[in-house]
Design a protein around this ligand. Structure first.
Ligand SMILES: NC(=O)c1ccc[n+]([C@@H]2O[C@H](COP(=O)([O-])OP(=O)(O)OC[C@H]3O[C@@H](n4cnc5c(N)ncnc54)[C@H](O)[C@@H]3O)[C@@H](O)[C@H]2O)c1
Ligand SMILES: O=C(O)C(=O)C[C@]1(C(=O)O)C=C[C@@H](O)C=C1
Length: 297
C-alpha cells in the first residue's frame, strides 16, 4: 500500500540556521511533512554546511530560484530582514502557495508584509517558543520543537485551510500549537523572552564595567546563579538588536513595569521590611514552580 501524500510537496526554508535547520532536520526525518526540501541562504558557507549535513535536497543563494516551486516558504532569518526578504520573494512564489516566517516579533512585521501580499498567496506567520543561545546550521536539532508551543499569528481574514496546514506542519514537528493576536503575542514575548534577554545582556555588561580586579574575580567565581541567569546572554547580537527595535514600545513598557517592581524590592531591602521581601520572593518562586508544572522548564 502506498503511503499518503505529504502535507506539502515542496518546503523551502530561507535561513537554515538554528530554527531553519531544525525544521529541515525534522522534515527530513518525517516524510509526512514534505517530499522535497530546499534551503535558501545569503551565505554560501551556510549552504555548504547544509549540503554536508544532508538536510536539504537543493540549496541556493537565489531567492527567486529557491521559492518558485515551493508550496510553503518558511523564512527563518533575523527579524530585521524578514519583511524586505518577503517582499523580494513574493513576486517569485507560485499561485496558491503559503508564505510563513518564525520571527520573534509580530505586529510591526505583519504590517510591513500584508500590503505586498498578492491575492493568491497566503501569509501565515508563526513563532515557535523554542530555541537555544546558539546560531547557525550546526546548532539545529530535530527535536527542538518537541513539546514546545508554536504560536500562530495569522493576519485577520486569513483562510482557515492555510492556517490549518501550517498548524499541522508544526504539530508534525512535535509542537503544541495555539493561535494568538499579534499585539497580544508581542506583549507576552516582551515579558517571557525579550525582557529576560535584555536583563541577561545587561547584567553581563554591568559585570564587565566593574573595576579591573573586581571584574576578574567576579568572572572567576561566577557560580551557578550567575551562570544560570546569563546563559541566554550568549545569544546572537543581530537577532536581539532586531527584536529590541521591532518590539520597542512594548519592551519599554515592560521594562518600566519591571523597574517599578525592582524599585519596590529595593525599598523593602532599604527599610528592612522582612515581610515585603519574603512576600516578593515567594511570588517569584511560585511562578518558577508553576513553569515546572506546565512542562515549560
Ligand atoms: N534563536 C531562537 O531561540 C529563536 C526562537 C524562535 C524564533 N527565532 C527567530 O527565528 C529567526 C532565526 O533565528 P535563528 O536563531 O535560527 O538565526 P540563525 O542566525 O541561526 O540563522 C539565520 C540564518 O539566516 C541567514 N540570513 C540572514 N539574513 C538573510 C537574508 N537576508 N537572506 C537569506 N538568508 C539570510 C543567515 O545566513 C543564517 O544562516 C529570527 O527571526 C529569530 O528571531 C529564534
Ligand atoms: O532558550 C533560549 O535560549 C531562547 O532564547 C529561546 C527563546 C526564548 O527567549 O525563550 C528566544 C527567542 C524566541 O523568539 C523564542 C525562544
Amino acid at each position: 500500500m502506498s503511503s499518503p501524500s505529504p502535507l506539502f510537496h515542496t518546503l523551502a526554508v530561507i535561513g537554515p540556521g538554528l530554527i531553519g535547520s531544525s525544521l529541515l532536520r525534522r522534515a527530513q526525518q518525517n516524510p509526512a511533512i514534505a517530499q522535497r526540501l530546499i534551503a535558501i541562504d545569503q551565505s554560501a558557507d551556510v549552504l555548504e554546511r547544509v549540503k554536508s549535513l544532508g538536510i536539504a535536497d537543493q540549496v541556493t543563494t537565489s531567492l527567486a530560484e529557491g521559492v518558485q516551486e515551493a508550496d510553503i516558504v518558511v523564512s527563518c532569518i533575523p527579524t530585521g530582514a524578514v519583511a524586505s526578504v518577503a517582499q523580494q520573494a513574493l513576486p517569485h512564489m507560485k499561485s496558491g502557495s503559503i508564505l510563513s516566517d518564525v520571527a520573534s516579533v509580530r505586529s510591526t512585521i505583519t504590517q510591513e508584509i500584508v500590503p505586498h501580499l498578492p491575492s493568491d498567496i497566503t501569509y501565515v506567520p508563526v513563532h515557535p517558543m523554542a530555541g537555544t543561545e546558539y546560531s547557525g546550521p550546526d546548532a539545529g536539532f530535530s527535536t527542538l520543537f518537541e513539546e514546545r508551543w508554536c504560536l500562530l499569528i495569522p493576519p485577520e481574514s486569513t483562510s482557515s485551510s492555510a492556517i490549518e496546514r501550517v498548524e499541522t506542519l508544526w504539530q508534525l514537528c512535535g509542537a503544541r500549537t495555539r493561535r494568538v493576536e499579534a499585539h497580544y503575542h508581542d506583549q507576552i514575548c516582551a515579558m517571557v523572552s525579550h525582557l529576560p534577554h535584555l536583563l541577561a545582556f545587561t547584567i553581563c555588561d554591568t559585570a564587565d564595567r566593574l573595576s579591573t580586579d573586581l571584574r576578574a574575580d567576579v568572572l572567576d567565581y561566577a557560580a551557578s546563579g550567575f551562570r544560570d541567569f546569563t546563559r541566554i546572554a550568549g545569544s546572537d547580537p543581530v537577532m536581539w538588536r532586531d527584536i529590541f527595535l521591532a518590539n520597542r514600545d512594548i519592551i519599554l513598557q515592560t521594562l518600566e513595569r519591571f523597574q517599578g517592581e525592582t524599585a519596590k524590592m529595593a525599598e523593602a531591602i532599604r527599610t528592612g521590611d522582612r515581610d515585603a521581601i519574603t512576600e516578593r520572593i515567594e511570588r517569584g518562586r511560585r511562578i518558577r514552580l508553576s513553569l515546572l508544572e506546565n512542562r515549560q522548564a
